[in-house]
Design a binder for this molecule. Sequence first.
Ligand code: ADP
Length: 503
Amino acid sequence: MNAPYNPGLLEQLRMRYANGPVKMLIGGQWVEAASGETFETLNPSTGELIANVASAGEVDVDRAVAAARKAFEGAWSGVKPTERTNLLLKLADLLEANAEELALLETLDVGRPIQFSRMIDVAGAVGQLRYNAGWATKIFGETAEISAPGEWLSYVLREPVGVCAQIVPWNFPLVMAMGKLAPAIAAGCTVVLKPAEQTPLSTLRLGELLLEAGFPEGVINIVSGFGRTAGAALAAHRDVDKVSFTGSTVTGKAIIEASKTNFKRVQLELGGKSPTYIFADADLSKAIPAAAMGIFFNAGQVCAAGSRLFVHEKVADAVLEGVVNMARGMKVGQTLDALTMIGPLVSAAQLDRVTGYIESGRQEGASVLAGGDRLSGEGYEGGYFVQPTVLVDTKPDMRVRAEEIFGPVLCAMRFTDEDDVAALAARGNETEFGLSASIYTQNISTAHKLARRLKSGTIRINGSGGVDPALPLGGYKASGWGRENGKAGVEAYTELKAVSVAL
Ligand code: ADP
């Protein structure tokens, strides 16, 4: 993971992107936008241009949806489950064969340090493909005994939902795309996938691998473009049967609005303000690094980032000292440096947003225990770097404490023996979100009692870790609608049809 990057590969990518705009994949063809428009994708470490990319408008979205519809109503419906399994497995092999290139693309486009791109992106994407490949042959309907007079045979068919629009954010482009594509394909759907405008490159490269794997034309289409144009057109499109979206809660609301045109199925994975609890009896050698990495990893640009820390007063000084030391000690810097732990934020807009939040925290009375500023000067020129930041003395209604920052900013709070499980759960539940929570204690009753009371889609006890394709992923409250992953995630790409025959 700590090997230096391959300069030859970097040069190949430079040459590829110097050859004109990257095209989109519609109906098995690589095409420019009908308008000829393109947009720039930048390297957040330096602010430099990586590539120009076709910018889809309504016409292109229409064509992509038409291609997905044609495939869905046509040959794809006759493709057997085992063939869908094989296609997904073939794609997984191709991702692995191109792992270093894909990791490099994520590093350049997202600003993820290369050691983490290598560890997470391709492995996460491949994991989704192989897990969901197994489901393609295990989707069942049911029979039911009904109570109507007479003799009946009633059965429930589980059918693919149809043409799916999948709108992906910029923090984990490849893994998120695959978390949506793989179950949709397993269930027999067709797809129009839209990567985020900040990070389209790995998804468009994936398009080439899809064709190499043998996916028939139109089954998976990739449109690159802006949210307010291409994304909005997809969410409102009358011939899209389902939209699956991961991103901000604000955009989630826009998608719900847009989806009303034809009452399409809507699945949303939205923001979070996830709590981490550290009790007095916790194993601090695990809890401290987990609390720090829970918020600083990927510069805090993680939906499930542990952005609020509740720590028992008996261990609070030790925990805060440990977290602050990590905040100050981790190497923040250029993403191609194999030792870098924290890269830049994804864009200038995101940098403004995060530094704006830190400033609002200061103005509302929070104290800065570590970090708090943008990093500039040597090694940071042109990039969007911010220091890992720890805030204390916050109040529940402060914006830094209530809203999702999506940056490396932790709000740390103390609790005492006076706070029982109900009070602690209430503090954890005090925001509009309910995505994820972490608990560190040796007392299993405390851990499980708290887990029951938290309104949170995911809970981890005494350990941290990434998303697993087998476990449902999603949120309570404003953190989303429905779940991805696991059996529920595949079934979310199906419709039920009840058929009754009077015998
Ligand atoms: P951010 O605000 O950080 O860019 P978003 O949640 O808005 O995050 O973006 C996530 C994804 O949603 C991206 O692919 C983006 O293009 C898309 N998107 C943004 N706005 C809309 C919209 N109104 N309708 C559909 N998709 C959108």
